[in-house]
Design a protein around this ligand. Sequence first.
Ligand SMILES: Nc1ncnc2c1ncn2[C@@H]1O[C@H](COP(=O)(O)OP(=O)(O)OP(=O)(O)O)[C@@H](O)[C@H]1O
Ligand SMILES: [Mg+2]
Length: 489
Amino acid sequence: MWLSAFPEGIMSRRFTPPRLVRRAMVLSLPTFLVLAGLVIAREMHVLTALALWGLVVVSLVGLIRPGMVDAARVSLWARNLAAGGESPPPPVTPDTPIEEIASSVAQLRRAWQARQHELALLAKWNESLFENLPDPLILLDPDRRVVKFNQSALTVFGRDITGRDLSVVLRNPKVLEAADAVLAGAQARDGSFDLPVPVPRSFQFRIERLGPSPASDAVAVLALNDLTTVKRMEQMRADFVANASHELRTPLATLLGFIETLRGPARDDAEARDKFLGIMYEQGSRMARLVNDLLSLSRIELNEHTPPAESVDFGRIVQAGADALMPLAAPRKMELRVTIDEAARHVVGQADELAQLAQNLMDNAVKYGRDGTAVEISLTMADRLPAAAGPALRDGPAVRLSVRDHGDGIGKEHLPRLTERFYRVDTARSRSLGGTGLGLAIVKHIVNRHRGTMVVESTLGQGSTFSVYLRGTLDQGASPALSASGARL
Ligand SMILES: Nc1ncnc2c1ncn2[C@@H]1O[C@H](COP(=O)(O)OP(=O)(O)OP(=O)(O)O)[C@@H](O)[C@H]1O
Ligand SMILES: [Mg+2]
């Protein structure tokens, strides 16, 4: 194969007889001088000397030709390699310095090829790192145009932005100013901005100069960091503290007001004292309920990452919860109809939490159901699972607890927020019924911890159905194998 890279034409041009003879004549110069000396000293006849010198030149041509051919082949081969060609080392005379040179060049080439392979892998690795980083990254050329962007940036901008000016992609003056400063020579700039469409989002950005690259026009990288979730969490935390203090402050103010009255104007009024003490007891109980609910919520949240493993007789828990509500339902002529499918009686769970879950749902159904209507509670095997069901539910038998009331129902717009802490559809009504607004938040966290899911269906004017899906147990009383997969709600 290498022969085609070194055509004989080239070889013969380089080693024409006159060239070789000229070189041999140069090498035979000392012999020539000695013979000339002998001729001058009349020690040898001129013809003999010329014959001898001719012999030496011919011998030298024969001697140096193979070495020169080898050297030329190796030199052409090395030049071909340097130009990016691919060929094996040329055949040269063995055990000569030229052969050693050829094998050193071959070794050098192998090392260089290995390095090239390493560099290609490294480039590929860098490329996949760039593509898969969770933060959006955009590479810019000196004219502020997008050279390249990663998958995450594609998700944010929703289209191919290659070749576009940054101002078309991100119309934010802060980002553009920072980009211009960096492209004009500044090392780095950072800041934050909001994107109002398609959904409001907040970002932190940093734009930095890149070193020169032989493979790309990119001179700067713009990295975005999506702060939307963090900001939302911060807002929720602030709202939670404000709500919790507000909920506590109202009964506390009522209590203090009545204490003041009892110490002052109503000191000797026995009738007022009895009435006020009744109200104070109610407000005190309300505060105690609120604190208990908050503690429950934080306890459940704390354990949310470890799903319970025991098998629990949920049927008995549901029946006991319904019985406990009878005193509330009976005066309002409400009926609690409980249906328990024996196969669905046992679930994987924690008894106290499941009691709290059932209690909250049934309590709501009684509270928000209309007088004289029935609340239908059923515990059955779930033949179909909602789309939001996680793998833990899909892997085994699932049980469905459904609590249906015939109340006013809940407007669609409220459904997604029902499980937020302190969220109420009708705040005054909930408060007047002694509610803290934490019941469904507790239910949601219990369901999450149990790797279950909850679905709410409601029709205004007709009523609501709250369905909770939990993992059932095939073998009653047995402790099933657990899967630690996450839950959706
Ligand atoms: N079955 C239902 N029918 C109509 N509205 C309901 C029903 N269940 C809950 N809601 C609405 O959802 C809101 C939140 O319910 P949640 O159980 O979290 O709080 P609460 O019942 O007001 O108070 P708590 O349960 O802490 O005593 C309620 O205030 C009510 O407006
Ligand atoms: Mg409730």
